[in-house]
Design a protein around this ligand. Structure first.
Ligand SMILES: Cc1cc2nc3c(=O)[nH]c(=O)nc-3n(C[C@H](O)[C@H](O)[C@H](O)COP(=O)(O)OP(=O)(O)OC[C@H]3O[C@@H](n4cnc5c(N)ncnc54)[C@H](O)[C@@H]3O)c2cc1C
Length: 401
């Protein structure tokens, strides 16, 4: 027991020293100014490449593909130290989503061709699932691919594709047959280049003035036959496996939420309650804080169980849905409490101060700068990756019968 804690202590020091040395100010600024799930792209990928050089970018992958071989405890310490230092979370589409799907369903050629670029942070993969009429009802997707000789020809469109304007690769669900149930006849494609003729990416500008999601159009786009991951027309199986990783989270939500709660507690100890005391001593605050603290502890326990589970098993699908529901609702409650704690300074939207590298100082307390954008942005957390209503349907169908 003692030896283990000494090891973990040394491990923590090693991580801390690395971050101290390698995370420059612009990487830290990007981390501090994260207001959504998706950190500023350029700084995030630079941090990814630095972690890769140390062998730590794909920590949760098996060692044979570049994983760090860490225990769950080590992974948690790593995430804690990253949060403490304020460095951005790495983008999940490659490491947490298509990477594990390629490991499970890919040919040797696909594994050796695609996995190293994901681990190294050289490639960014956008997720081409949703379409204008296929979000919750994903199986009704209409973007189609037809075989013509030695290639497929893709026609149709995708939407809400996060960071497609930064991507050089895309994983995509396409209809390759209209026979049978709608889940049949879907194939999972790995698109290796996005500069192919007929492929157009149009960023959608958000209310905050920044592009994050995109529309993607395919007009007779030719791709080779070997872009198919798994069997043709069997892409639904791959898609569901990938969604388990997306929903269950390959990283620990609990570790991230712990940090958010710590920040709230620190601020509550500094801010007045309006009656001469501090907010941290207010019984209503204490009750809400404790409730969230317990929710995060329960989430942590569920994530541990999920981490030990064989993915693709009968229990792991509903379990990933459970984590998605709990984690995203807890996150929304945390951001709500943060707004209430910081109070009126959160009401001013300070776009210039939020822009990484702009060098504009915030008006009012720095801690309040990201609180409202995070609250607003996280309204989408119960929608993306499959809405919570849909997750509840999955649990009802698969567990309750
Ligand atoms: C910030 C953000 C980022 C995203 N990034 C990506 C991405 O990178 N790639 C990608 O492919 N997609 C992405 N999406 C799309 C996302 O996965 C879809 O928005 C989501 O699956 C919901 O689909 P929809 O928007 O079509 O809503 P709809 O399916 O139209 O649903 C509207 C509402 O009706 C409810 N509803 C629908 N059907 C049922 C039902 N049967 N039972 C109960 N309730 C139901 C839903 O829960 C929801 O509340 C992103 C979305 C957001 C908001």
């Amino acid at each position: 027991m003692e030896t283990k804690s000494v090891d973990l202590q040394a491990f923590r020091q090693e991580i801390r020293a690395f971050i101290e040395q390698e995370a420059d100010e612009s990487i830290r600024e990007a981390g501090r100014k994260m207001t959504s799930f998706f950190p500023p792209f350029e700084q995030c990928m630079r941090w990814h490449r630095k972690l890769h050089a140390r062998g730590w970018s794909a920590a949760s992958w098996p060692e044979q593909y570049g994983g760090a071989g860490w225990s769950r405890e080590q992974k948690r310490i790593f995430e804690e130290e990253c949060r403490i230092a304020g460095v951005p979370r790495l983008l999940p589409q490659g490491l947490g989503m298509v990477g594990p799907a390629i490991m499970k369903f890919g040919t040797d050629e696909q594994k050796s061709r695609f996995l190293p670029g994901i681990a190294a942070g050289e490639d960014f993969w956008a997720q081409g699932y949703s379409e204008p009429n296929a979000g919750s009802d994903l199986a009704s997707l209409a973007c189609r691919a037809e075989r013509r000789g030695d290639h497929y020809v893709i026609n149709g469109s995708k939407t809400w594709t996060t960071y497609a304007h930064h991507a050089n690769r895309m994983f995509l669900l396409v209809r390759t047959s209209n026979e049978g149930k709608s889940q049949q006849g879907i194939s999972f494609f790995l698109i290796d280049r996005l500069d192919r003729p007929g492929l157009e990416i149009r960023p959608i500008i958000g209310l905050d003035g920044f592009p994050e999601q995109c529309d993607v159009f395919f007009d007779n786009v030719e791709v080779p036959l070997d872009c198919c991951l798994g069997e043709e027309n069997q892409g639904w199986t791959v898609a569901k496996y990938l969604l388990e990783h997306e929903r269950g989270g390959s990283a620990s939500f609990a570790a991230q939420f712990d940090m958010e709660l710590n920040r709230i507690r620190e601020r509550a100890a500094e801010l007045g309650d309006g009656f001469g005391g501090v907010l941290a001593d207010d019984p209503v605050f204490q009750q809400r804080f404790t409730r969230l603290y317990l929710e995060v502890a329960a989430l942590d326990a569920t994530e541990s169980r999920f981490a030990a589970m064989e993915k693709g098993s009968p229990e792991s699908g509903p379990m990933s849905s459970m984590i998605k529901i709990t984690a995203m609702e807890t996150l929304q409650r945390i951001t709500e409490l943060a707004v209430e704690v910081e109070g009126s300074p959160t009401l001013t939207l300070q776009l210039a101060a939020l822009t990484v590298g702009a060098g504009v100082a915030p008006e009012g307390p720095e801690q309040a700068l990201t609180v409202m954008p995070k609250y607003l942005n996280n309204r989408a957390a119960t929608i993306f990756g499959g809405s919570n209503e849909i997750q509840r349907n999955i649990i009802a169908k698969m567990l309750l019968g």
